[in-house]
Design a protein. Structure first.
Length: 242
């Protein structure tokens, strides 16, 4: 899979893409990431990529001409990519969307900046994506989030295939609590059930913990999750207790 990142700050990605699991996936050739400097596609001598907004107002707006030229150059390098614009006005990025994106051979991400992008860019993109209801200085961090979330789902990127299936959000629920050695530290003990060796009971405990944690911390997720009758009994017990 290949990501093409259209940005005003390609150096932003140098270090993050050499680290951890994603860095190893790039080294192995499982994942390819290519950055494109939007300024390279501006045709005036100052390499201008922004201008004042029509109608007045604060801040600057990213110009459409260099962006579209950059997109056209990217598309000419191979199969047409799915084009994402990072934007606080986009659809929320989540695990379901990450799972959809792994089916794409190529994904191009436009990193928004300033007060936004000339609205006419909508004619050249497939989807706007937001990584949360907060303000960032630009779309570079969201682009890294998208690449990390999607990249780890690609076969061969993670060492243990089952691990991604048990992460938070993979089944709509938050993940259960995790423990490792030592069994006791400063009076804090690992739950006895995890030391029992009874894998059936451990799985039941973990499921209950996931449901309880999600009910208390992210009740909005419960409404979107497929639940068994046993799961619903756990939810009713939690409601009575709280």
């Amino acid at each position: 899979m290949r990501f093409d990142i259209l940005t005003l700050f390609p150096g932003f990605f140098d270090s993050p893409l050499r680290q951890s699991i994603i860095g190893k996936a790039i080294e192995k050739g499982i994942l390819e990431v290519k950055t494109h400097n939007i300024r390279d596609y501006a045709q005036d001598k100052h390499k201008t990529t922004d201008d004042y907004p029509y109608g007045g107002g604060h801040g600057m707006v990213m110009k459409i001409e260099p962006l579209v030229r950059a997109l056209e150059a990217v598309a000419a390098e191979g199969p047409r990519p799915k084009v994402i614009l990072t934007s606080p006005q986009g659809v929320p990025f989540n695990h379901a969307l990450a799972t959809e994106l792994i089916a794409e051979e190529r994904v191009a991400i436009i990193c928004g900046r300033y007060e936004g992008v000339d609205e006419r860019i909508k004619e050249f993109i497939d989807i706007e994506v937001s990584v949360g209801d907060y303000i960032l200085t630009g779309g570079e961090i969201p682009a890294l989030i998208i690449m990390d979330s999607v990249g780890r789902l690609i076969p061969g990127v993670l060492g243990e295939p089952v691990s991604k299936e048990r992460d938070s959000f993979s089944d709509g629920l938050l993940e259960y609590p995790q423990y490792t050695r030592p069994e006791e530290w400063r009076g804090l003990r690992v739950p006895d059930i995890l030391l029992s060796g009874n894998h059936g009971e451990i799985e039941k405990w973990r499921r209950r913990q996931s449901i309880e944690r999600t009910c208390l911390r992210r009740p909005d997720l419960i409404q979107k999750t497929q639940l068994s009758p046993d799961d619903r009994k756990i939810i009713e017990e939690i409601k009575v207790r709280t």
